[in-house]
Design a protein around this ligand. Structure first.
Ligand code: AMP
Length: 256
């Protein structure tokens, strides 16, 4: 696995590998690190569908509306590198802020509709930050396919629509949510739950699947001890964000 730190270096390495070999495809999995089985399911899909796979690890400061969250974001780089090497990833892109934001975020992608709803209504500016970093990474990597988790369904929809709106060559592919045995969507945040909260957490998924409607889901979540931010149905999905103590969990299910 080649570890690459700057956009210029990535371009050079790609030229002598992917481009040099002609008609080879490259798949891309953008992440913020602290890798778990959810991320690795995306990586495996990319490895299966492409000749080369690139993964990026970059904790994108401009998408955090709470600075504390950014400063406390887990860093497990050593373990992440070992996991990616073991999975047979070809390129790990590990840029620094100044390499990715030479403009210091003067330029940004703003979406004016879906990004204001659901999670966007509670996290102003979050999706502008997400879409901007994804566009930058898409332009640097120039992948044929990019893989996003359905766990962050709103993010997946926004990125897919953006790639289409800007006629980007990268196809955006949604991958099913990887779950723990009890149904809880895998997330690095789960480690911040207390043992009691961890026992309650899978109820989010269970209630989203079984509730008759959004109102019932909100009431059942409250009964279990969650503080729901929203439960809404959109594009054939029921999506929710809810707090358990100080931990914000999100999940979504297909509506039957
Ligand atoms: P993050 O590092 O949290 O920015 O996530 C990077 C990518 O991994 C995003 O496309 C996420 O949707 C995806 N992802 C995170 N957790 C899961 C999961 N449990 N199942 C599937 N994909 C996931």
């Amino acid at each position: 696995m080649k570890i690459i730190k700057t956009p210029a270096q990535f371009k050079k390495v790609k030229k002598v590998t992917v481009t040099f070999l002609k008609n080879k495809t490259i798949g891309f999995v953008p992440t913020m690190g602290a890798l778990h089985d959810g991320h690795l399911s995306l990586v495996r899909r990319s490895l299966k569908e492409n000749d080369f796979t690139a993964v990026s690890i970059f904790v994108n400061p401009v998408q955090f509306n709470d600075k504390k969250d950014f400063n406390n974001y887990p860093n497990t780089l050593k373990q992440d590198i070992a996991k990616l090497k073991k999975a047979n990833v070809d390129f790990l892109f590990l840029p620094r802020f100044k390499d990715i934001y030479p403009d210091k975020y003067r330029y940004r992608i703003i979406e004016n509709s879906l990004s204001r709803l659901l999670c966007g209504a509670f996290r102003p500016g979050h999706f502008d930050g997400v879409l901007t970093i994804v566009m930058k990474l898409f332009n640097i990597i120039g992948a044929d396919r990019a893989y996003f988790g359905e766990k962050d369904y709103q993010q997946y929809m926004l990125v897919k629509d953006m790639a289409e709106a800007f006629f980007h060559k990268t196809a955006v592919i949604g991958c099913p949510t990887a779950r723990e045995k009890d149904g809880l969507a895998i997330s690095s945040r789960n480690l911040r739950l207390s043992p009691e909260q961890r026992k309650i957490a899978p109820e989010l998924y269970r209630i989203l699947k079984s509730a008759k409607n959004e109102k019932e889901a909100v009431s059942l979540l409250r009964k279990k001890g969650f503080s729901p931010e929203y439960v809404e149905e959109m594009s054939g999905r029921r999506l929710a964000a809810a707090w358990l103590g100080k931990v914000r969990l999100i999940d979504n299910v297909k509506i039957r």
